[in-house]
Design a binder for this molecule. Sequence first.
Ligand SMILES: Cc1cc2nc3c(=O)[nH]c(=O)nc-3n(C[C@H](O)[C@H](O)[C@H](O)COP(=O)(O)O)c2cc1C
Length: 192
Amino acid sequence: MIFYFSGTGNSYYIAKKISEALNERLISIAECVREGKYEVILEKDEKIGFVYPVHACAPADIVIHFIRTVQFINYEHNYMYSVFNCAGTYEYTSRIIKETCEKREFEIGGFFKVLMPGNYVTVKKHLPEEKCKKYLAEADDHINEIVKAVQAKTYNYKKEKHSFLLSYGLHKLAALEKETKFDVGEKCKGCG
Ligand SMILES: Cc1cc2nc3c(=O)[nH]c(=O)nc-3n(C[C@H](O)[C@H](O)[C@H](O)COP(=O)(O)O)c2cc1C
């Protein structure tokens, strides 16, 4: 079972590839949140994956909210893993997911990353086109490696050598940023 959140499709692309390769159910976190569906019945030995983007040096808030709220029925320490994607700045993302899971007494073992073009439209400095093309060209190979590691139920947490302060501090600061010049319609995913 793969839970994904995707603002503009990058995480969806990754989640869909993994779900097809592993023949796993694909579930939209945004839909669960919008419909208030937090109860999930697990099949025996079903793996649980979270695929999501980095938002301001940390997991997208909606993903943290979902992990804090979800109720797994029949949870028996099923293999759990995280796949984040971003344009290159991720700081303590894996640690934040790990700690969020541990607070729920979920044992999370696999931590994976895929680099993707940035979609942070309010940031002036965008990745050069060449780099975006490189990330896209390499993505499928990374996804295939992740599939193999998930199949093998890999445990690979490594303490990130990044600034804890930057991750929490920047994330909180970014949340204060207020954009006024856009509208959302019915298709809004509600990521906040
Ligand atoms: C609000 C916001 C904040 C972001 N912050 C970061 C960041 O801190 N570091 C980074 O490398 N990419 C950042 N990004 C870029 C996304 O993580 C990246 O483009 C990702 O692939 C988007 O996935 P999606 O299409 O599934 O939403 C941010 C994007 C948004 C919208």
